[in-house]
Write a protein that binds this ligand. Structure first.
Ligand code: NAD
Ligand code: MLT
Length: 317
């Protein structure tokens, strides 16, 4: 970027906590400002002078936020999901939206596998019980993953990584994804099935869908009722894909044996019917929270922001 006169440097607004490497990549010819993007009353005025805004999942860049940002050239999502950005409204205003679609896929896949294993073996509940002075071995009898059927809902980038990792456990892999070619799935050792078949056959179900009007609530009360009794369900994709209230009921009735949940319909979430249940492992949207993923996501979108502010072509990150 060319040197700028002090006071005329483009304002880059960082609205969430990002890796330190972001600042290095952005360089010193932009003016960095920080705001808590989840605080609307602070975000909207802070956007007034911003040429770029960098966000993760907690900041809503909707039509109102875009209208408050007359100088905005680029919205940079340091991660994958763009469900918190009104992309059509941004496009209408000539604002570029960039993300980092491969930056955190390994971290997200590893987190999903961790949740699945933790749920299968009651690890957090057993840990809490032992710290509480109880040596309760029979209470925490779990299930093996080996020789079971794992159903992957959404066989995209993360779904594939999860399938590849679980293959090492000697499972049968099935997936529901109407947009994937059966040949591609077969190469991965995965049999494509309908959602109904997946619900009927899977001992473990792991959800890796984008949040869209089509996928929201895809796993609701009826679908949970159609699962194998005792199924273990993991959602490290987006809150609301699995209906939280219906899941809590199914966990209470034993229809669902256990669940591992990283994402919630409303975030931040500190109050959910799931939190009081012993057979649920919960984390606060930590799928991408690793040093490596944050570094890759931050660096990729910071590069895109520099290019966009220079008026250069921005390739896919
Ligand atoms: P992706 O786009 O690579 O894969 C999504 C897959 O879902 C695609 O194969 C697509 O064909 C399929 N799909 C779309 N609509 C469908 C439908 N109606 N029914 C069945 N399948 C459908 O996305 P990805 O990178 O694998 O990410 C998956 C999800 O994980 C996204 O929601 C993303 O935001 C989320 N994510 C969460 C975290 C976290 O911190 N928990 C981290 C990274 C990504
Ligand atoms: C994503 O979609 O990339 C995830 O929500 C991870 C994140 O941004 O924290």
């Amino acid at each position: 970027m060319t040197a700028t006169t002090p006071g005329t440097a483009p304002v880059v607004l960082i609205a969430e906590e990002l890796a330190p490497s972001v600042l290095q990549v952005l360089g010193d010819d932009v003016e960095i400002r920080h705001v808590d993007g989840a605080d609307r009353a602070a975000l909207l005025p802070a956007l007034a002078e911003a040429s770029a805004v960098l966000i993760r999942s907690a900041t809503q860049i909707d039509a109102e936020a875009l209208a408050a940002a007359p100088r905005l050239k680029v919205v940079a999502r340091a991660g994958i999901g763009l469900d918190n950005v009104d992309v059509p409204a941004a496009t209408e205003r000539g604002v570029l939206v960039v993300n980092a679609p491969t930056s955190n896929i390994v971290s997200a896949a590893e987190h999903a596998v961790a949740l699945l294993l933790a749920a299968a073996r009651h690890i957090p509940a057993a840990d809490a019980s032992l710290r509480d002075g109880k040596w309760a071995r029979s209470k925490f009898t779990g299930v093996e993953v080996t020789d079971k059927t794992v159903g992957v809902v959404g066989l995209g980038r993360i779904g594939v990584l999860v399938a590849q990792r679980l293959a090492a456990f000697g499972v049968t892999l099935i997936a529901y994804d109407p947009y994937i070619q059966p040949g591609r799935a077969a190469q991965l050792g995965v049999r494509l099935v309908s959602l109904d078949e997946l619900l009927r056959e899977a001992d473990f179900i792991t959800v890796h869908l984008p949040k869209t009007p089509e996928t929201l609530g895809l796993i609701g009360r009826d679908q949970l009722a159609a699962t194998k009794r005792g199924v273990i369900i993991v959602n490290a994709a987006r809150g609301g894909l699995v209906d939280e209230a219906a899941l809590a009921e199914a966990l209470q009735s034993g229809q669902v044996g256990a669940a591992g949940i990283d994402v919630y319909a409303k975030e931040p979430c500190t109050d959910s019917p799931l939190f009081g249940l012993p057979n649920v492992v919960v984390t606060p949207h930590l799928g991408a929270s690793t040093t490596e993923a944050q570094d890759k996501a931050g660096t990729a979108v910071a590069r895109s922001v520099r290019l966009a502010l220079q008026g250069d072509f921005v390739p896919d990150a």
